[in-house]
Design a protein around this ligand. Structure first.
Ligand code: JF8
Length: 242
C-alpha cells in the first residue's frame, strides 16, 4: 500500500515511523510519502491561504497548491490505479472500523488534511476527476487541522493490511470488529494485585469456560457502555435467527 500525506506540517506524520507501522514501512509493506504543501506555492511567502470570499473569520486554503501537489502524486503513480483521496473534515462521513476495513483494500491512499477554516471547495470538485474522493470525519468534535485525523486513520487502516500486525487473530476479537461488540477485559500476572484477584475462571485452564466468560463480558460491556452498538447487535442477531 502506498500512502501520500500532503500537509503544511509534514513532520506531524513522523509518529507513523514508530512501532508496527514504522516496521511495516521498513519491511516494504507500506510506503508513506510526506509532502510539504508549501513546495507548491510559488509566491515569495509560499502562501497557501487567503481571505474567505463572502467574508467571515479566518483564512481559507487556496485550491491551486493542492491541485499542483495532487498532480505530482498522480504523475508518480501507476496509471492503472485510481487513488483514493481522503479529505479530513468535521463535515465528512464518519470514519468507522467498517470504513477502515474498506480502505485497507485499496492500493493507493492520498490524504489532504487542511488547516485554517478549511480548503476551497473547488479543490475536491477538481480532484473528483482523478481520484475517488472521500470527505471523512473521525468524530463529532473540532480539531485545529486534519493532521491528527490522518494519523488516526492511517493507523486504523494500515494495521489491517496483511503482515502489519503479527498476530492477525487478535484483530477478530477487538472492539468494533466482527459482530461490533466491545472487547472483553484482559488480565496478566500477578494473579493478585493490590487487593484484586484475576477472575477465577481465567486461572481454571478450562478454555470453554474462559471463552464463555469472555463472551458474556463482551455482551455486558456493550450493553452497559454502548447502547447504540448493543441495539445494532440485537437487530443483527434477530435477523440472523429469522
Ligand atoms: N477529520 C476531521 C476533523 C476535524 C478537522 C479536519 C480538518 C480541518 C481543517 C481545519 N480544521 C479542521 C478540523 N475536526 N474534527 C474532526 N473530526
Amino acid at each position: 500500500m502506498r500512502i501520500d500525506a500532503i500537509s503544511i506540517f509534514p513532520e506531524f506524520f513522523n509518529v507513523l515511523d514508530l512501532s508496527l507501522i514504522g516496521k511495516a514501512q521498513r519491511d516494504g509493506l507500506l510506503q508513506l510519502n510526506r509532502i510539504q504543501l508549501r513546495d507548491y506555492a510559488f509566491d515569495r511567502h509560499h502562501s497557501v491561504d487567503d481571505t474567505p470570499t463572502g467574508g467571515g473569520a479566518g483564512m481559507v486554503m487556496k485550491p491551486e497548491p493542492w491541485a499542483l501537489a495532487l498532480e505530482d502524486v498522480l504523475a508518480s503513480d501507476d496509471a492503472a490505479v485510481r487513488p483514493t483521496l481522503i479529505i479530513p473534515t468535521p463535515s465528512g462521513e464518519v470514519f468507522t472500523q467498517r470504513v477502515a476495513e474498506e480502505l485497507a483494500g485499496r492500493q493507493h491512499l492520498v490524504f489532504a488534511p487542511g488547516r485554517f477554516e478549511g480548503i476551497d471547495e473547488r479543490m475536491s470538485h477538481w480532484a473528483a476527476e482523478h481520484f475517488d474522493v472521500r470527505r471523512m470525519s473521525i468524530g463529532d468534535y473540532v480539531l485545529n487541522g486534519g493532521e491528527s485525523a490522518v494519523v488516526v486513520m492511517v493507523e486504523a487502516i494500515t494495521r489491517l493490511v496483511p503482515g502489519v500486525i503479527g498476530n492477525s487473530e487478535s484483530l477478530a476479537e477487538e472492539s468494533h470488529s466482527g459482530e461490533g461488540l466491545l472487547e472483553y477485559p484482559v488480565y496478566t500476572k500477578p494473579a493478585q494485585w493490590r487487593g484484586e484477584a484475576v477472575p477465577e475462571v481465567l486461572l481454571s485452564g478450562d478454555h470453554a469456560k474462559i471463552a464463555q466468560w469472555r463472551r458474556e463480558q463482551q455482551l455486558q460491556r456493550t450493553r452497559k457502555i454502548r447502547p447504540d452498538l448493543w441495539a445494532k447487535y440485537v437487530v443483527a442477531q434477530e435477523m440472523a435467527n429469522e
